[in-house]
Design a protein around this ligand. Structure first.
Ligand code: GDG
Length: 729
């Protein structure tokens, strides 16, 4: 069975100091994986996570030998000092606040970044040396953003997925990050990236577009998969004896009091000060509620050695005591403040006894507490979730009562509404949310992601990238064979330039083309989208006497006849007026864009225009053209910084078909190479034929029908050199 290697900052085990051993921890991801049937999902799971080198060797050995039935753990050992810099200086002082929109908390620093790179490299190294062919790697969260790129560098054929548990911020925030490029470039190498919320995916997409210039052609595997919880665990926990014991115990104290519950880790993102201020405003505004309600706020200690967190704790405690001092009485403490964690049964009892759960996060990737509250409710008399619209869970919990935690006065009013929400509504709403969660548990979440994070096919059947020596294995068979070679120009034989008119073939390329086209058994045909005049200038005037196809095959030039033939004589060009009219409007609005009329095709170029604006208009233009030309014999294509309308028959696919048809003797091998969307027609036409052996090669990294790839235009000469050599003398 293929393995899924889960990779996260920590291993899914916690050290139990009472028993002096590691026990499985109850983290969301760990329970999601434990709930999966490995056979059904088709993966055996193993876990890689970091431990520091101050951990005793016996403990490391113990981690490696977790009892059967547990997920096998592979500790990655990192020097303690490096780990501390990585974790404190970069993860917690840069990424955590920036991704949660807390810009004033960000402390940029080079040491942190250096350690972050180092630790990510150690993790990637461990994965690369441990993974076998056919394994998939699933990396988790913001601590390991560089791991996908580093793993792919070492093992390009491994499938790598990434899931971000925290928000991805707006590109306006993200672009402040000094290391923004390195991070995006790493993530783009993933086979799949998952986010909790559509807004995070949109922010990621626009960050890529703004910072890296353009979106990769293949972005199908960027998805939104909100995490869920282990519903069975929380449902049975709610009915467990231990939980019932706590319910009885608390009830005695609670009496008629109505509880508003808060359960938050000590962190500025949780909005604890805003929550307390809203509660204070509520008490001021609605004195009739005094002595009837109580805010039970559990704060779980976290990072207390960090001055900012210590300061936050002090402010929270100040506010709690000022509320209690101002509004309390001998019979009533308005805020019950607990600064420690509680056991699972205690937490479940609190969930069940509270009338309202108040989640006031300033930002929160998802927020599992709100989901746990929902499934722990008694269906007969459930509570209400008051939920910040800045928590990812807001998209999952359709009937939670929304709040903008920054609007303290409105939150105070919503608190009153929540406390008095009619029973029949509460029942219906809670039932709907519970039903949803029952059908979508944390295991469903993991299953959904894993079915899309496909096991890579065996290496032999996979697309092949031109090896560093420039020789595809199939080139061994070329000697003494009749070869027909269709070759694109821009982006394939010559690099793309700022202005299309500046495109020139390099000297070495010219020599190679001349040598190849002189081979007796090889016919080398240029198939380009350019007009006749440009091709004449580039090839005929440069002593390259070879067949040419201009305007995507609408015209062909034969060196023996020394003339051009129009291959689409009866094609009507009435559509051109309409197209020119629309394109002119767009050209006026878009600086540096221009129109190129190639006869059977008209192209709108925007490669030098302001990027985002031009892309935006290009999308609009594309739809407008498609709509207004629906009944015309034309094709509208979106290429690299171009939109092109061309006659249906000016198609590289038709051209190569007709060329082959006209041959008296079939070639033994057909090679086609190109970089653009129009070359896909050529690849499709050749691969659909049973009578020739086609080798289609895509130049670039975008998705293609071609099974062979050359990574960029600069590597094409290397290929041509080897091709020439393979043809024999
Ligand atoms: C990230 C994102 C996202 C907390 N206190 C106690 C206790 N807990 C449990 C809760 C819940 C979990 O801890 C906290 O849930 P979060 O949703 O805040 O998750 P994190 O792992 O902190 O953070 C977050 C999440 O990843 C998942 O993708 O939702 O937005 O920041 O399960 O029940 N449990 C017990 N006692 C406590 O005192 N027993």
């Amino acid at each position: 069975m293929p393995r899924c290697l889960l990779v996260s900052n920590r291993l899914p085990v916690a050290f139990d100091s009472k028993r002096n051993e590691f026990t499985p921890s109850a983290g969301g991801l760990a329970s999601a994986i434990r709930g999966l049937d490995a056979v059904k999902v088709g993966f055996a799971f193993e876990w890689l996570g970091i431990v520091t080198d101050d951990l005793a060797p016996e403990s490391i050995a113990e981690l490696r030998a977790l009892p059967p039935g547990q997920i096998p753990c592979h500790p990655i050992i990192v020097p303690k000092r490096t780990y501390d810099d990585y974790y404190n200086l970069y993860c917690n002082n840069v990424l955590w606040p920036l991704f949660h929109y807390e810009r004033s908390m960000v402390r940029h620093n080079q040491d942190g970044w250096r350690a972050y790179c180092e630790v990510n490299a150690l993790v990637a190294e461990a994965i690369a040396s441990y993974a076998s062919e056919g394994d998939v790697v699933w990396v988790h969260d913001f601590q390991l953003l560089l791991v996908p790129g580093l793993v792919k560098e070492r093992r390009p054929l491994l499938s790598v997925g990434f899931f971000l548990h925290i928000p991805f911020p707006s590109s306006e925030i993200f672009r402040e990050l000094p290391q923004r490029k390195e991070i995006l470039q790493s993530l783009l190498r993933c086979d799949q990236i998952g986010f909790h919320d559509l807004s995070y995916l949109n922010h990621f997409r626009s960050s890529v577009q703004r910072i890296l210039g353009e979106l990769p052609a293949e972005e199908v595997n960027w998805g939104v998969y909100p995490i869920s919880i282990d519903v069975d665990h929380f449902t049975s926990l709610a009915r467990s004896e231990e939980t019932l014991h706590f319910i009885e115990k608390y009830k005695a104290n609670k009496k008629q009091m109505r509880w508003i519950l808060g359960v938050d880790r000590l962190d500025y993102i949780k909005g604890l000060l805003l929550k307390l201020s809203a509660y204070k405003a509520f008490l001021k505004k609605f004195p009739a509620e005094h002595e009837k309600v109580q805010l039970v706020q559990v704060v779980i200690p976290s990072r207390i050695d960090v001055p900012e967190y210590k300061g936050l704790k002090a402010k929270i405690e100040q506010l709690v005591s000022s509320i209690n001092g101002e509004f309390g009485s001998p019979a009533w403490t308005p805020v019950q403040y607990l600064y420690h964690s509680v056991s699972d049964p205690e937490l479940s009892a609190l969930y069940q006894l509270s009338e309202v759960l108040h989640v006031g996060s300033r930002r929160d990737g998802m927020n599992l507490v709100s989901l746990e509250y929902v499934v722990s409710q008694d269906a007969r008399d459930p509570g209400v979730v008051l939920l910040s619209e800045f928590a990812g869970a807001h998209s999952t919990l359709s009937y939670a009562m929304s709040i903008n935690p920054w609007n303290i006065h409105d939150t105070a009013t919503r608190l009153l509404e929540a406390l008095h929400h009619p029973e029949v509504k509460r029942r219906g709403e809670m039932e709907a949310m519970r039903d949803f969660l029952r059908g979508y548990t944390s295991s469903d979440w993991a299953r959904m992601i894993l079915r899309e994070l496909k096991v890579p096919p065996p290496e032999s059947s996979r697309i092949q990238l031109l090896p560093p020596n420039g020789h595809f294995p199939w080139m061994d068979k070329l000697k003494n064979k009749r070869v027909l070679f269709f070759c694109d120009l821009d982006g394939t034989l010559a690099p793309i330039t700022l202005y299309p008119k500046d495109v020139r073939l390099q000297e070495r390329t010219v020599e190679l083309i001349q040598s190849i086209s002189k081979k007796d058994k090889c016919e080398f045909v240029i198939v380009s989208g350019r007009d006749k005049e440009f091709l004449e200038e580039q090839f005929i005037d440069n002593d390259m006497d070879l067949p040419l196809a201009a305007c995507h095959g609408a015209y062909s030039y034969s060196p023996t006849e020394q003339r051009w033939k129009n291959l689409i004589p009866n094609d009507s060009t009435r559509w051109k007026d309409k197209v020119l009219e629309i394109l002119t409007l767009y050209t006026r609005r878009t600086p540096e864009s221009f129109i190129e009329d190639k006869g059977h095709a008209i192209t709108w170029h925007y490669r030098n225009s302001p990027r985002e604006f031009a892309e935006f208009l290009a999308s609009k233009l594309f739809f407008e053209l498609e709509e207004s030309l629906a009944n015309q014999p034309v094709q509208v294509n979106r290429g690299k910084k171009v939109i092109e309308v061309k006659s249906m028959h000016a198609n590289k696919g038709y051209f190569v078909q007709n060329w082959l048809q006209a041959k008296e003797m079939r070639p033994d091998v057909v090679v086609a190479i190109g970089d653009d969307t129009t070359d896909e027609d050529m690849f499709a036409a050749l691969q659909g034929r049973g009578d020739v052996e086609p080798y289609c090669i895509k130049v670039g990294k975008e998705k293609s029908q071609a099974p062979f790839f050359i990574k960029d235009q600069a590597s094409v000469n290397l290929f041509l050199e080897n091709f020439l050599r393979s043809m024999g003398p």
